[in-house]
Structure formats: C-alpha cells, structure tokens
Design a protein around this ligand. Sequence first.
Ligand code: 13P
Ligand code: SF4
Length: 321
Amino acid sequence: MNVENGFVDEPVPAGIDLKEEIKKLKKEKDAVILAHYYQTGEIQDLADFIGDSLALAQIAQKLENRMIVLCGVHFMGETAKILCPGKKVVVPDTNAGCSLADSCPADDFSRFVSEHPGHMVVSYVNTSAAVKALTDVVVTSSNARKIVEALPEDAKIIFGPDRNLGNYINSVTGRNMVVWDGACHVHEQFSVEKLVELKKAHPGAKVLAHPECKKAVIILADKVGSTAALLKYAQESDEKEFIVATESGILHEMRKSCPEKTFIPAPPADSTCACNDCSYMKLNTLEKLYNALKYELPEIHVDPAVAEAARKPIERMLAMS
Ligand code: 13P
Ligand code: SF4
C-alpha cells in the first residue's frame, strides 16, 4: 500500500456507513482510537478516549490493545509509540505536523543546550522525539507549572520551544528559565483588538486562554490552562458565557458537555474567520481514519536509540504529574 503522500490514498468503498465501518474495524483489529480535543467533532465522537496531550500520553501508557490510532498530530503519535514500543501506532495523516515542534530543529536545539552548560533541559511535549532525547524532563501545558516548581529552586533551566508558555511559566513561578524562541502559528494568531471588542460585547463572559497565546491575550484571560483545564473550568463554573482563545476543536466538547452554556471562539487576526483552526490537526478526516484502521498505515516509527533516550524524560514527566 502506497503511503508516499503521508496517508493511505485509497477511495473508501461507495455507499458504506463510514462511522459504523470504523467502529467494526476497531473491534476486528483490537485497536483503540485516541483523539485530541482539536480534532473534528465527528472524529472526537468516534474516539474511545479524547483528551489533551497529557491525558493521551497517560492513556496510551496503560492500554492493552494491539494498535493505537492516534488522531492528533505527529509528535503525539511519536509519544504514544515511545511509550508503547511493542504496539502498532498509526496516525491518519503523517503530514499533521506542528509549527511549534517545527520551530525547534534538534540540531539547533542541541547547540542551544551546549551553549548553556549546567542547565537542566525542560521541553514541551510539542517537540520531535530527537528534541525530547536532549531533554531532562518533558512537560505539557497541564503540568508545566507543577513540574518546574518541583525542580530545585537554584536550578538553571532551559525551556523549549514555546516562548509564550515558557514566559508564562516564568511569570507564575518566579523562575528565570532561558526560553527558546519558538511559537505556535495558531495561538499566536489571536487578535488582541478583536478579543477586547468581544469582551465589550459580552461583559459577563469569562475568557479562557491556552498558555501558548501571546502575553497580551493571557493578561485578558480569566483562566489560563491546557485544553483539558479550560474544559474543566467551563464545566465547573457557574458562569454561562465563555470566550475561548484556543484552537476551535475544543468548542465541540465544551458545547456537548455544557449545552446550557455559550462558548464564543476568540477570532484570529488577519482573517475574516470567527474561529482559529490548526490546519495540521484538521488534516485528519473520517476517510483517512477509516483507511488507517483498514490498512494499519501510515505507521509511526521512531529510531530505537532516539526512542530510548526520549522515553526517560517522558516517563519522568508522567511520574511527576
Ligand atoms: P494541550 O496540551 O492543551 O493538549 O495542547 C496541545 C497543543 O497542541 C496546543 O496547541
Ligand atoms: Fe502545534 Fe499549534 Fe497545531 Fe497545537 S495548535 S498542534 S501547537 S500547530
């Protein structure tokens, strides 16, 4: 089967009920579907588990199934494969990359690390396996604060690759980590001006923001957290209206689990769109998911030596979470 394009480029049989066929294939193949909150609603609804990056890694580590279909981006598939080397891990489309992970090539990061002798290396999970292999402890947006606070107070620390998350963690922990200058093209896109306008139009609304957003957006937020933390805040809050500054896929679960509440996407700058979508996350479709299950392709492979080196900081993170 040809997966040169990064996905199985086969037409799905005409007239089939795709969702039912995916459910059948999943059972036949002893597969489990893990989906990130930024996937399309129809993929989230078919998944066995949905979650943020931390939850997906924690779930992957405990699974007994033969195959994992990771509906998310490439680094999430890599993390699952590193944690479960004996399992087959497939992603519907391996072109689903991440601009943040791409902003930190392993060679450049290695040079950066060697320019800062005596520093511990803390890396966000949105990195390649090769960058994780250079890392002491991996973090996600869910646990970055807790893990950095647990490091010795006098530790010199490098944080990569997200400058917004790194600066935010510095501001809430009082640490002075040396931060790599990377960013996510989606979260950097939120328009501060449009957000201020939205707040004026909805004075009672609480603003929820992912820590990958720029400082000016974070300052306007009532709650800063990972996708799972923002969802939990909305579910537990007595408020009825929320402005959401993260990728728009999260709105699906927010609306589903809180039908009586209103969720308003914060708009990106330079666009007439109301929502901010991650084009990588949205490369995964039902058709590609069906083919990934059927052909068990495209499979994620990680060089065993890199995987071995990357597993330690991921396991350290899971133990500290
Ligand atoms: P979470 O850690 O909230 O899942 O975020 C992952 C991500 O890619 C954010 O852009
Ligand atoms: Fe990467 Fe940004 Fe997409 Fe998250 S939203 S996967 S950080 S490009």
